[in-house]
Design a protein around this ligand. Structure first.
Ligand SMILES: CC(C)(COP(=O)(O)OP(=O)(O)OC[C@H]1O[C@@H](n2cnc3c(N)ncnc32)[C@H](O)[C@@H]1OP(=O)(O)O)[C@@H](O)C(=O)NCCC(=O)NCCS
Length: 134
């Protein structure tokens, strides 16, 4: 990850394209009623893979996820937005940065929750790596 834990919340605006927008629903809560991190990670992976698939013109799989820190809780009912930026393109790999922001319905304010690097690999129908440029 290119930002330190302290820098992450100081980015004033999202970076990258808006790849996914959803609402945090009660069925994504843990036994205490809080949205659990696994749900957010799943949304991030869906967002990143959507952009990677488009770039790779086909199937991709997630090969690596970087370390992440969560800066604030995600209340039920929040509008959750995932922004994706392409960082590096290799022979078969696509490194992305996925940022998660909450949108306050009342004020339209955006607040960053987390960001992480997700790396995808283009694969063929047999699950073997393929060159993105083929
Ligand atoms: C992804 C997978 C096909 C890669 O196979 P592989 O034999 O390791 O392939 P390679 O070693 O040739 O690596 C392929 C690319 O991934 C990159 N890569 C591999 N491991 C990586 C890692 N830990 N971090 C970042 N990139 C990585 C390589 O650098 C290479 O990039 P390049 O082609 O752009 O140079 C294989 O590891 C796999 O199927 N993993 C499971 C994926 C999966 O199921 N994900 C969902 C889990 S629920």
């Amino acid at each position: 990850m290119s930002h330190s834990y302290n820098e992450i919340d100081e980015t004033p605006l999202p970076t990258g394209e808006l790849a996914l927008q959803t609402v945090a629903m009660p069925h994504s809560t843990n036994s205490q009623g809080d949205i659990y991190a696994g749900w957010l990670l799943s949304q991030m992976d869906i967002a990143g893979s959507t952009v990677a698939q488009e770039y790779a013109h086909g199937r991709v799989t997630t090969v690596a996820v970087g370390s992440m820190a969560f800066l604030r809780p995600v209340p039920v009912g929040s509008q959750v937005r995932c922004y994706v930026e392409l960082l590096e393109i290799g022979r078969s790999s696509i490194k992305t940065r996925v940022e998660v922001w909450l949108k306050q319905v009342s004020s339209n304010e955006l607040m960053k929750v987390t960001e992480g690097e997700f790396v995808y690999v283009a694969i063929d129908e047999n699950g073997r790596t393929r060159s993105i440029k083929d």
